[in-house]
Write a protein that binds this ligand. Structure first.
Ligand code: ATP
Ligand code: MG
Length: 430
């Protein structure tokens, strides 16, 4: 179970990423992933991802290869001002059009540079050139975007076919910022009118097969919705995909299935779409007017950092201690050294003491404590993956949990942090 099967006749697209860094292994092509997701939302089938170096003949070759196979090519990168930014030249070569100076774009670039106190140089001026007849979009950074139509000789049946090439800057935020204004209107013009929308349900506390076994039968009653599952490090995602005239329509068509899934999974549902674990915890704490602090050994502050990344965290995150070494558990958290030795640094008693210290040392309503053997080597006689998390609450009580967590060091840290945050979430929600 995954993406909806593309309909016959649906628009076929390719993503072409330009930049030698991509082929040297220095840069991951996140633009291709992002663009593919946006195209899929519009019912466009992405059939190729291609990356090329900053070499004009290779860029031209790639455009020709893709033009034979798709109706739309989204190019990312190579629109910069330097001599290794060759997308403009390649578009001119494949369309057979000359490059001309677009004075309107030159003016846009000049204004943008003036705003940061820089003059328009000969190098910057390169970005104001476009193949004759190209559609241009003013820059959001400094590079204007371009769109041209290529004509491809029909192979079977004879008739010539037109292929739209849309060239965007490679800088991810610029590419994102141009999507709605420059790309979406062209998609509609090319006939991609419907919208496909995926609703993500975040689930913690059950395995993937368990979630699938309870959710799959529910979807029999909702044939208009496609179901898929994604196992992340710290959660299972149930993804419900529906189509409609526009975003609101697609969302409305997904709602009945979503309601059934939420009812079935109950308290194991952390949130929907942008409401992930951290966001939900911050929202629940805000609603109660309560605050949390952490005392972290194995996660070394990662739990506090995850909360701190949520907008609005300042209302609910009081602070935290990174009590990593034994000596810091004594000096920062005030744990008795003899108690520590007796209980062990990774133990229920030490974890409880950390959670209580987080609370009492800061005056927070809730205190989170964690200890674990994150690996790669065992600690004392404890195997890698031994993990404890504790939550001290406003009633003065403290709950401690223990579990073996499988995975490498980073996975243990992520899963342990999620277990602790999920414990707080369940207490706040229920
Ligand atoms: P621009 O027209 O915006 O200058 P460009 O291709 O000239 O585009 P580059 O200088 O190649 O831009 O890239 C700028 C930065 O954008 C890179 O350092 C990289 O961080 C990011 N970037 C470029 N292409 C991609 C990509 N395909 N995926 C993710 N990041 C990318
Ligand atoms: Mg580049």
């Amino acid at each position: 179970v995954s993406a909806p099967v593309p309909q016959v006749g649906a628009l076929r697209a390719a993503v072409l990423s330009v930049g030698s860094e991509l082929l040297l292994g220095d840069l991951t092509d996140t633009n291709a992933t992002w663009v593919s997701a946006r195209l899929r939302e519009r019912g466009v089938s992405v059939v190729h991802h291609l990356a090329v170096r900053d070499v004009v003949v290779e860029l031209v070759d790639a455009l020709r290869f893709l033009a034979e196979r798709v109706d739309l090519i989204v190019v990312g990168g190579g629109l910069g001002p330097t001599s290794d930014d060759l997308t403009r030249d390649a578009l001119a070569a494949v369309t057979g059009a000359e490059l001309e100076l677009r004075e309107d774009m030159e003016e846009e670039i000049r204004l943008r540079l003036a705003a940061v106190g820089r003059p328009l140089t000969r190098t910057n001026r390169r970005q104001a050139f476009a193949p004759v007849g190209a559609r241009v979009h003013p820059p959001v950074g400094t590079a204007p975007s371009l769109a041209v139509d290529l004509t491809v000789d029909g192979t079977v049946g004879g008739g010539a076919r037109s292929v739209r090439v849309i060239a965007l800057p490679g800088v991810p935020w610029e590419l994102h910022a141009l999507w709605d204004t420059f790309v979406v209107p062209q998609l509609i013009e090319l006939g991609a009118t419907g919208v496909t929308r995926t609703t993500v349900v975040h689930v913690i506390g059950r395995g993937e097969s368990d979630v699938a076994a309870s959710v799959e039968p529910l979807l029999d009653a909702h044939p208009e919705v496609t179901l898929s599952f994604l196992a992340k490090k710290h959660e299972i995602q149930v993804r419900l995909t529906g189509s409609g005239r526009d975003d609101a329509d697609a969302r409305a068509r997904t709602l009945p299935a979503l309601a059934d899934v939420l009812a079935e999974l109950g308290a194991d549902v952390v949130g929907v779409d942008q409401d992930d674990l951290e966001t939900t915890v911050v929202r629940l704490l805000t609603g109660r007017g309560q605050r949390v602090a952490t005392a972290e050994s194995a996660t070394a502050g990662a739990i506090a950092a995850r909360l701190g990344a949520v907008p609005g965290a300042s209302a609910v995150l009081l602070g935290g201690l990174v009590a990593y070494d034994v000596s810091a558990k004594v000096s920062l958290a005030g744990i008795d050294a003899d108690d520590l030795v007796r209980a062990g640094t990774v133990s229920a008693a030490t974890t409880e003491a950390l959670a209580r210290a987080a609370r009492t040392r800061t005056g927070a309503d809730w205190g989170i404590g964690v200890t674990a053997v994150a690996g790669p080597s065992p600690v004392d006689d404890l195997p890698v993956g031994t993990a404890f998390w504790a939550l001290a609450g406003p009633d003065g009580g403290c709950e401690v949990h223990e579990r073996m967590i499988t995975g490498d060091r980073a996975t243990v840290v992520t899963r342990l942090g999620s277990a602790a945050l999920d414990l707080l979430r369940r207490r706040l929600a229920g």
